[in-house]
Design a protein around this ligand. Sequence first.
Ligand SMILES: [Zn+2]
Ligand SMILES: [Zn+2]
Ligand SMILES: [Zn+2]
Length: 173
Amino acid sequence: MDSSDQDKLLAQAESICQQRNVRLTPQRLEVLRLMAQQHGAISAYDLLDLLRASEPQAKPPTVYRALDFLLEQGFIHRVESTNSYVMCHHIEEHSHTSALFICDRCGQVTERQTEGIEAILQQLAQSANFTLRHSVVEAHGLCEACQEVADCREHGHCHHDHTVPIKNAKPGR
Ligand SMILES: [Zn+2]
Ligand SMILES: [Zn+2]
Ligand SMILES: [Zn+2]
């Protein structure tokens, strides 16, 4: 996200909080700003390190409280399979469910709305006499740029960084 997009998003978050009559404190805003600067998902502890640049007193509960608030407002999503957090790309839609596509090389997270999947999960839950309250749809793989690197056979003659490891890669792949 470039800096003008970040500013737009933060202004949007501020106005949404005003409408909802909830307080986007300077600390919460700072955490959201740091989240918006990330290329992909980030863990709470990495976020804490970044936050300490402006707030040396920040402790893990500081970050978790801010993250809880941002999750509640639907501004960010929790990436459960990697225990990290990512900016939501349509924050105006309060608490929607998304499918998250997570790149195992660069950590980029692409978000798509999931009405279809939700309906199927609901049906499956019903047929199992299960009351569905919350579901997470996360898929792992490679983003377009990283797939190109993975397919490259010109090591040493290309502009790629082939030293970046692919996480969770199955042996032999
Ligand atoms: Zn979202
Ligand atoms: Zn990638
Ligand atoms: Zn290459």
